[in-house]
Design a protein around this ligand. Structure first.
Ligand code: SF4
Length: 379
């Protein structure tokens, strides 16, 4: 059975980190107390409009900072998902947690509400790096958060890290990796910091105040990540994601498989039966409109086949397993080998991809050049 997911966006943060290009808003001056009622309306609307009887296999509360809301609010919102959707008994239900927001008892409440996975946004274990990133917590709060989650019985805990920070040495990165591994989470994400347009970091870069490491340095840090993760028993199942066996994030795997998911909340997007839908970004407008009409859709589009195939290639090649050839043919009515015969010939000759009877995936060399390999498949 194909996976089907719900993504719920909580758009508030205590303050905006300089590198962040998510739809996140400093909570002061917003109306977080009205947000649960609004998103509950949208949950009801979406359940009726999609008329889905299909079982929901994963739910993900992301942000923003979901844990900037009181645990009761998250519990109420999750309860709404259970009331209006058909949630599988073994559904993976994740909440992203910022270590700077977790108070004693918080995880106890979210655990009893039904969450069974916590993704802790650590980013670094070095005080000056956390300051540079404008995070609201120090290193000690990360360990405390992971321990609190485990003590409340969460056996599925992930830690997010970030590398390729300005002036970051290999020793710095090694230190953060080791600290994360020592906490023994069963999943670690390690993202390469990118300077996205419209972020504060981007303007610092443009004005020469901040310099990202060059490509060679980034590659060195990435290679060190792969080595450290393998030595610590984490399998790389996606370019930036590593898990102990059986602890891969099912929600994100559905996303990388270009599967169906419904996005709920301000700025959330979803992909449902060939239609991509995105909500308006402004939390204030989202609340106002959703309370009146049940939804706050900004736009809806049906990507044509070429675009959809491009997305499937772009997302699926990020996975270590790659893309299932049978699934591709069933979905698009054309075999991947025929669709991309020219590109495949070239990429195979350069040892950038591997293909067998059932899958196509990036080779080891291809993983280091993923962006340029993926570009070959874009319409
Ligand atoms: S906590 Fe996360 S979502 Fe919020 S501003 Fe920082 S990076 Fe963005």
């Amino acid at each position: 059975m194909k996976a089907f997911s719900l993504y719920l966006h909580i758009p508030y943060c205590e303050r905006k980190c300089g590198y962040c290009d998510f739809n996140s808003h400093a909570i002061k001056g917003e109306q977080p107390e009205d947000y649960p009622a609004a998103i509950l309306k949208e949950i009801e609307w979406a359940a009726k409009n999609t008329q889905s009887k299909q079982e929901v296999s994963t739910i993900f509360f992301g942000g923003g900072t979901p844990t900037s809301l009181p645990a009761d609010d998250l519990a109420n919102i999750l309860d709404g998902c259970f009331r209006f959707f058909n949630i599988a008994a073994n559904a993976e239900i994740t909440v992203e947690a910022n270590p700077g927001t977790i108070t004693p008892g918080y995880f106890e409440q979210v655990k009893s509400a039904g969450f069974n996975r916590v993704s802790v946004g650590a980013q670094s274990f070095i005080p000056h790096e956390l300051e540079l990133l404008e995070r609201i917590h120090g290193p000690e709060a990360i360990g405390r958060t992971v321990e609190q989650a485990k003590n409340e019985g969460f056996d599925n805990v992930s830690v997010d890290l970030m590398f390729a920070l300005p002036n970051q040495t290999l020793e710095d990165w090694d230190y953060s990796l080791k600290q994360a591994i020592q906490l023994n989470p069963n999943h670690i994400s390690a993202y390469n910091l990118t300077f996205e347009p419209k972020t504060a970091f981007y303007s610092y870069m443009e004005s020469g105040k901040m310099t990202p490491p060059n490509d060679e340095r980034q590659l060195t840090l990435f290679k060190h990540t792969l080595k450290s993760m393998a030595e610590a028993g984490y399998d790389q199942y996606e370019i930036s994601n590593f898990a102990k066996p059986g602890k891969e994030c099912r929600h994100n795997i559905n996303y990388w498989n270009n599967g169906n998911y419904i996005g709920l909340g301000a700025g959330a997007s979803g992909y449902w039966n060939g239609k991509r839908r995105k909500n308006i970004n402004s939390p204030v407008k989202y609340i106002e409109q959703t309370l009146k009409t049940g939804q706050a859709v900004d736009f809806e589009e049906s990507p044509d086949q070429a675009t959809s195939i491009g997305e499937t290639m772009m997302l699926g090649l990020r996975l270590s397993d790659g893309i299932n050839l049978g699934d591709f043919e069933n979905r698009y009515g054309v075999s991947l080998s025929e669709q991309f015969s020219k590109q495949l010939k070239y990429l195979k000759s350069e040892d950038l991809i591997e293909m067998n009877d059932s899958h196509i995936r990036l080779s080891k060399k291809g993983f280091f050049l993923a962006d340029s390999v993926i570009l070959e498949f874009m319409p």
